[in-house]
Design a protein. Sequence first.
Length: 510
Amino acid sequence: MTQAPATSPVSDPTALPTIGHVIAGESDAGTDAGRLAPVYNPATGQQTAQLALADAQLVDRAVSTAAEAQRAWCSTGLAKRSQIMFTLRQILQERRGELAALITAEHGKVLSDADGEITRGLENVDFCAGLMHHLKGEYAEQVAGGLDVHQVRQPLGVVACITPFNFPAMVPLWMITTAIAAGNAVILKPSERDPSAAVFLAQAFKDAGVPDGILNVVHGDKAAVDALLDHQGISAVSFVGSTPIAKYIYSRSAEQGKRVQALGGAKNHMVVMPDADLDSAADAAVSAAYGSAGERCMAVSVAVAVGDVADELVEKIRSRAQSLTVGDGTDAGSEMGPLITAEALQRVRGYVAGAAEEGADVVVDGRDWSFEGEGYFIGPTLLDRVKPGMSVYDDEIFGPVLSVVRVETYDEAVELINANRYANGTAIFTRDGKTAREFEFDIEVGMVGINVPIPVPVGAFSFGGWKDSLFGDTHMYGPEAFNFYTRRKVVTRRWPEPSESQVSLGFPTH
Ligand code: NAD
């Protein structure tokens, strides 16, 4: 077993490039006295840049800039905004190779996977290009004699978008595109682990015609986030990240009277019924468990084997897992890259060690894989006979670890999933339509796949889990996002004859 690599110190970090904030369309290094954080390439363990971290003063400057820019942006015609979205799409298409390379260099995922997240982010740009349709209001003519009522959607003002490391382009595109299409200005606070994709997006939005000050990028940690949550100039907060932080963001934002949606962590179960095609199920489980090294909120982390399929299923997953190629995401042959940090690697190793101690069968041990260099690599891990109560089952691991839980019946599988605190995604593999239909009805999870292991909804629907996977009631992107980033105003209107006017102190009825 190899030891977890240490994070490599750099002899002179000041010689490395500094990634600055983006305020009013310009790169902004912050203050001289400002704090800096290291950015690493997870495939090599080498520091590649230093990141300027914002303090409350810088956040305040960004919010003032955004508020001023938003006053003009909200009056910009919908047709013009729509054209900008089409241009943005074209720019992102043309430069997607550059963006994917930035993602891989700081996140570690393989290039094809980075390209895939750009495609899924572009789906929301497509949806937003139809913003005129999504922003049009409602009208009821003649609700009473001469009285008409209509509802319009207006932007909120300045909104904060706080994003996780695992989708440095897609999750920002879920949020910022809709918020801006709806007429808001944005302060994007990306993950400090892989911040360059956010800076790239800011440039792409600017090049597409989004005015300076409408999309600002503020880098930072808790200090920057807290300054955003407490700032009276911020009307709403969109967050995606881990459950403890999502809960914190939700309550602190709500205390400040802000609209908030906070998406949290996950533990996604994939049920394999006795009638399922086991080769297809094994392919799906391996793809969904180990893709992006398991660092996806929709990764399958638990396979629930129903009835007598377990032995065969475990064997099929084992052979596939052991034949995966793990390596630097820039190598065309790599199917799985490293974890995000040395700490994440240590944490995942700890879970695998703990699982063995708690009585799980370690069928494939990712710690046994050997890698050259200092990257944060671990191989795919397969655990069998995992049970609730083991840490490896109860916690979100966020690594390439697939646990198999054996149950006797469909009912037991549903009971297991519904008892879990997380409820982001789930899937069932079966060839029986009745069972699939029952599962769809019975399961208490926000996104469900029927023979689809990662059921991330297409852009015309919205994305969100239930229970501890989402705090708030509005999902991301799609139609619900236009609800989140607008407030509705209802106008009741009449053009009366002056001669019909009279005083009436009764409550108005129609
Ligand atoms: P994280 O919660 O550590 O960080 C998310 C964001 O919160 C980052 O911008 C970070 O800077 C900020 N943050 C971190 N600690 C903070 C604190 N104490 N106070 C204020 N802000 C803080 O999450 P991560 O490790 O970047 O991302 C992985 C997590 O995100 C996983 O739990 C994964 O399941 C979840 N995730 C969920 C979804 C979803 O749609 N539900 C999607 C992607 C990722």
